[in-house]
Design a protein. Structure first.
Length: 158
């Protein structure tokens, strides 16, 4: 279940971004919790493209703690920035690419393929489908989350 503070912050973000041309979605543990998976989210992850990352930063400039810039580590590269609203960290990832565990190859994250809208107390929040989240967590080797998502999907298919 999504904590009340996360709900409040998501509604605020959606009110700022939904009437723009920014292509964005909420991914990760917050998305999973919204859709009913038994996961306690810490932060909010927003996936967008390069242009969207900089536009989100501009719209929410009062909350920027780490400005958007190109960033790369051993597993990911993207245009990355951090916001903080109501003590919740919001990670912005534009043009996210992850490195496959096998073959040391970079693999573009096609985050908008599974885009759906979740109704969060009257506010439309763009999110990934659970199947898309499952696939993403498999790619990055997060087995505990893979198991939780798969169990949730299996239980709800009955």
């Amino acid at each position: 279940m999504l904590p009340k503070k996360h709900t409040k912050v998501l509604k605020f973000i959606a009110e700022k971004l939904n009437n723009t041309n920014i292509n964005w979605i909420v991914v990760g543990s917050t998305n999973l919790a919204m859709q009913g998976v038994d996961i306690e989210p810490n932060d909010i992850d927003i996936l967008t493209d390069k242009k969207g990352a900089f536009e989100i930063e501009k719209i929410l400039q009062d909350f920027v703690t780490k400005p958007v810039k190109y960033s790369e580590n051993k597993k990911f590269r993207s245009y990355y920035g951090i916001l903080k609203i109501e003590d919740i960290e919001i990670e912005i990832m534009g043009d996210l690419v992850n490195k496959k565990a096998i073959g040391d190859l970079w693999n573009e994250t096609r985050g908008f393929v599974g885009k759906i809208y979740f109704n969060l107390i009257g506010t439309k929040i763009p999110v990934n489908t659970l199947e898309k989240e499952l696939s993403a967590y498999k790619k990055i080797g997060r087995e505990k989350k893979v198991d939780k998502i798969q169990a949730f999907i299996n239980h709800n298919e009955k």
